[in-house]
Design a binder for this molecule. Structure first.
Ligand SMILES: O=C(O)CCC(=O)C(=O)O
Length: 311
């Protein structure tokens, strides 16, 4: 049943299977939940690969862990150590072909234009596993790096739920309608011992609860943050994070993608992940790594003019 946001008086959308309803929810509330977005076999494959990869990165001593500071954010400055409860997996395009299915999901074409217009770019494809002991995230937007209000979203996110999302296991907390507000004011201070403390306006939130296989689609301007997982069962999710085609990507995909995956991608997929030069002007590549734009060629790449005199 739809709830009412305590502060913004904007309804909280219920999970829907209807893409038209999702589009309405995105425009009015800044987010929507597509129920049954992932068919059970695909969900099972994705979840298996995420958990397997996470275990492998932990065993290899290269896990990116977080969630034990005041912000709960994966990019937070940590004091060191590898015991934080939560884990982020980056660059999923390199970590199994199963993840490419998400690039082609109909919710991408249905939902993103409502928030960002017709052109957008994959900014990163990552996963996070929230575990017991991690703190709730500070309320933030996914375009917190833009220090002013924007008339359209600069970024947008599709969070694929690998398990049921409940308030108890840290379902994403959202503020319906906040995509039309100024960005949240998040500041840090130091206590008497010199420890960082977080200062943020208290804002009421709603837990985006939905069954496994749902997609939480949200505007980059929406105030939100992961809740704290108070259960003993991990809460894994995959994030298809998109940006305007004139912004830097969160993951520098044209540099980060492995040779094998690059060779395997279709031209359409290469365009989606950053190999298309926007308006044939921005993001042009000199093919030093053997990688080229899908729509532009630098015929003079590697040519020194005037010719250098030989020694
Ligand atoms: O995992 C979630 O529920 C949200 C994560 C998030 O907002 C973030 O890490 O920026």
């Amino acid at each position: 049943m739809a709830q009412t946001s305590p502060r913004a008086s904007v309804r909280a959308p219920a999970p829907t299977r209807n893409l038209d309803q999702l589009r309405t929810d995105l425009a009015e509330c800044g987010y929507g939940i597509l129920a049954e977005a992932l068919a059970p076999p695909l969900l099972a494959d994705l979840k298996h690969r995420v958990l397997e990869q996470a275990a492998g990165e932990s065993e290899a001593g290269i896990a990116h862990v977080f969630g034990d500071d005041t912000t709960g954010m994966p990019g937070a400055r940590r004091k060191g150590g590898d015991t934080a409860p939560n884990q982020r997996l980056s660059n999923l395009l390199n970590k199994g072909p199963v993840f490419r299915a998400l690039l082609h999901h109909p919710v991408v074409e249905a939902g993103l234009p409502v928030m960002m217009g017709q052109r957008y770019l994959l900014s990163s494809l990552s996963a996070m596993i929230m575990r017991n002991g991690g703190v709730a995230q500070v309320l933030h937007t996914d375009q917190q790096f833009v220090p002013f209000r924007t008339p359209v979203a600069m970024v947008a996110n599709i969070l694929w739920m690998m398990v049921d999302f409940t308030a108890a296991n840290g379902a994403t907390r959202v503020v319906p309608g906040s995509h039309l507000w100024d960005p949240p004011d998040v500041r840090f201070d130091r206590d008497a011992e010199g420890e960082d403390i977080l200062i943020q306006t208290d804002t009421e939130t709603i837990a985006a609860e939905a069954p496994a296989g749902s997609a939480l689609v949200f505007d980059g301007r929406l105030w939100h943050g992961a809740g704290a997982n108070t259960t003993e069962t991990p809460r894994p999710a995959i994030f298809s994070y998109y940006c305007q085609p004139y912004l830097r990507q969160q993951e520098n995909i044209p540099m980060s993608i492995s040779d094998a995956v690059y060779a395997d991608l279709t031209t359409e997929e290469r365009a989606m992940v950053g190999f298309e030069a926007y308006r044939r002007g921005m993001g042009r590549i000199a093919p030093a790594l053997g990688r080229v734009n899908t729509n532009w060629t630098d015929s003079a790449a590697g040519v020194l003019t005037p010719a250098q005199p030989s020694a």
